[in-house]
Write a protein of this length. Structure first.
Length: 311
């Protein structure tokens, strides 16, 4: 899917540059620059996805998933660069207007661009969410900005064309750079959001609250085999989740029982959160202190009565 994104953006870059030059529209040429950035970003995403799929080796024992987060950050910087350039060019043309010719060509290429990018973006979102791929999702959001901005450019060109028919004595060419400014601001906003998300993942931000809550609920369902948990940590590297926590169990359990329980917990978590690595530190349940009380699987009555020694 990333390869399809590269090919489609190559086609759109050529088409937009050609028609933008013919029409003389800064908003279309700005869109061509945007699509060029999309093409580069798609190439980066393709490289990142293929690299992330490589198995762990001696130099990278945890795999190569982090390359997806790096790729997503690079894409966000490219989006910001494209937005800044489009903003500069649009403001310049706002104060130095030029006539626009053959507007229908501009509307046509923007419509084709929107439809092509919508098709590719939907596919990238579907596969990216299924694989939990930061690179593919970043590329999808990159294309979505292209759809929104193409729609803005189309609206500006249509208003100029309609104004020329209804009010031939009034020049509405200023709408072209205005559309470019709106496009630029939308691109910059998307770039900032993607940059923040990428930076958070590079700094090992915890998994979404709903995913952590799912893990906690499944742990508490394993009572009476477990007594509680604490020190839970989680993070995502590329498309893989890493989860670790301390687990309180009966101190009389054998090594074999603890081993089997560990495998069972990992299977339960991976069933609902695929592609994850679970690390568990087992502790004997002897006293209730600190965070352990907060996530204890026993009722207050069981703790008071000492029932947890008999489970």
């Amino acid at each position: 899917m990333a390869l399809l994104s590269v090919c489609s953006n190559t086609f759109l870059v050529i088409g937009k540059f050609t028609i933008g030059s013919i029409v003389g529209s800064v908003s279309i040429i700005s869109e061509a620059i945007h699509s060029c950035m999309d093409m580069v970003a798609s190439g980066i995403a393709l490289f990142a996805v293929r690299t992330a799929e490589l198995p762990p080796d001696e130099e990278h024992p945890y795999g190569h998933g982090r390359i997806e987060n790096v790729s997503s950050m690079i894409e966000s910087l490219l989006i910001l660069l494209a937005g800044a350039w489009i903003l500069y060019e649009s403001i310049h043309k706002l104060f130095h207007p030029e006539p626009i010719q053959q507007i229908w060509l501009g509307v046509g290429i923007m419509l084709v661009s929107s439809l092509v990018n919508l098709f590719v973006a939907r596919g990238l979102f579907k596969i990216g969410r299924k694989m939990n791929s930061a690179a593919l999702l970043g590329d999808a959001w990159h294309l979505m900005t292209d759809i929104w901005t193409s729609a803005g450019v189309m609206a500006g060109l249509f208003c100029i064309w309609l104004g020329g028919l209804l009010m031939p004595n009034i020049q509405l060419t200023f709408l072209d750079p205005v559309a470019g400014i709106v496009v630029a601001l939308m691109i910059i906003r998307t770039g900032i959001n993607l940059l923040v998300e990428s930076a958070n993942q590079l700094m090992d931000e915890h998994l979404p609250p709903e995913e952590e809550e799912l893990i906690k609920n499944h742990l508490l369902e394993l009572k009476p085999k477990i007594r509680g948990y604490h020190k839970m940590k989680s993070r995502r590297v590329g498309n893989k989740r890493y989860i670790e926590f301390h687990l309180k169990v009966d101190g009389n359990m054998s090594v074999t029982e603890v081993h089997n329980l560990s495998h069972h917990i990992q299977e339960v978590i991976e069933e609902h959160l695929p592609n994850c690595s679970v690390s568990i530190h087992f502790e004997p349940c002897e006293e209730c202190i600190g965070e352990c009380k907060k996530h204890c699987a026993l009722t207050p009555e069981e703790r008071v009565q000492g029932m947890f020694w008999k489970l």
